[in-house]
Design a protein around this ligand. Structure first.
Ligand code: GAL
Length: 364
């Protein structure tokens, strides 16, 4: 009897998973804290809507992620949610398109591809403007003078991540008037925008790796920034911000006071750094909401329903550029980022972005 029960149970589970539509979730990396949370949120949201979901992280290795995506396709996935690492992903996106699998680019556009139709992300240009505005606020640039200029050095995200261009351009559009008036001086490479590829690549951080940013900050402190006291560092996300701060803290010049350092992702470690007066600000992107929106989008497309994503706006006007893959402009939905500094540090806490232990520590 017991054996029969076990056989029936296995058949039921197999039957359940057999009947359920599989959504494959391919996240880029785990060395940036947020992607762990994204993958888990996407899986939970997919299962809430009755899908079978499998999530894999690509360890910032596109070949590894491609193998993971191939495995999803072999298992018969009907939709893929992909946070890619670089354009090496395009070969498996093309395969998915041939199998009529729905592909949604998640928070990172899949560049140089015309084989998919949807991209869901945040307003990444606004992320950059919020970083620029944080630096303006932190330095009180509104009342600074060219006679007593403030000094900034610039970092950008990975050169393979199109988001990095929008972050940088947004920040520079805010900072440029202060640079032009002489109130703010750039120490080190100074691309005016991401279009200046040669100089942009000198400030970019391959793979968003913290150790690369830390080494570059140490190099600046021993060279271009040796005979000047930096007042700010444009850091494009929290992982890099914390690495840059580590390098600054090792320099006696900054033991008493750190420069204003920007960030992004409202990672717990950075929220604690902001609370402790080290990192100056971050940009909160509620990736729980992004995950919910991405799965809703997949669900509606799979069911051939009219797409309507509450809490997201369809990119239009200049913002359509965020959805330009270089081969076509894909349908792009944008969620809104929020600037967070010491004055509103509970915004991500109240949004339920952290676990109970973390929330209690931030509230202390
Ligand atoms: C970007 C993303 C940022 C940041 C970065 C590092 O694509 O938009 O939020 O997390 O990756 O992984």
């Amino acid at each position: 009897m017991k054996k029969l029960f076990l056989v029936l149970l296995c058949l039921a589970v197999a039957g359940l998973s057999f009947g359920q539509t599989l959504i494959g979730i391919a996240m880029p990396e785990t060395h940036v804290q947020r992607w762990v949370k994204d993958g888990n949120s996407l899986k939970a949201e997919a299962e809430k809507r009755g899908y079978r979901a499998e999530v894999q992280w690509g360890n910032a290795d596109q070949n590894q992620q491609n193998q993971q995506i191939q495995s999803f396709l072999t298992q018969g996935a009907k939709a893929l949610i992909i946070g890619n690492i670089n354009t090496g992903v395009n070969s498996v996106v093309r395969e998915a398109a041939k199998d009529k699998v729905v592909v949604i680019a998640y928070d990172r556009i899949i560049q140089d591809s015309k084989d998919y139709d949807y991209f869901i992300t945040f307003n990444n240009y606004k992320v950059g403007t919020l970083q620029g505005q944080g630096i303006v606020k932190g330095l009180n640039l509104a009342s600074a003078t060219a006679a007593n200029p403030k000094y900034i050095t610039l970092f950008a995200g990975s050169p393979t991540d199109d988001n990095a261009n929008f972050f940088f351009n947004g920040a520079m559009d805010v900072l440029r008037p202060y640079i032009r008036s002489g109130v703010l001086k750039v120490v080190g490479p100074h691309p005016d925008s991401a279009k200046d590829k040669a100089n942009f690549n000198r400030i970019a951080t391959e793979g968003w790796y913290a150790n690369i940013a830390k080494a570059r900050m140490e190099n600046l402190l021993n060279n271009e920034a040796r005979n000047v006291t930096l007042d700010a560092v444009l850091a494009p996300n929290d992982t890099l911000a914390r690495a840059i701060i580590e390098a600054l803290k090792a320099d006696a010049k900054y033991r008493a006071k750190l420069p204003v350092v920007s960030g992004q992702d409202a990672e717990f470690d950075s929220i604690m750094s902001i609370k402790n007066g080290e990192q100056y600000m971050t940009v909160f992107k509620d990736t729980a909401k992004l995950a919910e929106a991405a799965i809703l989008l997949a669900d509606q497309v799979l069911k051939k329903q009219k797409v309507s994503i509450p809490g997201a706006v369809l990119a239009s006007g200049d913002l359509k550029a965020i959805g330009n893959t270089g081969a076509k402009v894909v349908i792009t939905y944008l969620l809104d980022p929020i600037s967070v500094d010491r004055t509103n540090i509970l915004v991500p806490v109240n949004a339920g972005f952290y676990d109970a232990t973390q929330s209690a520590r931030i509230r202390q």
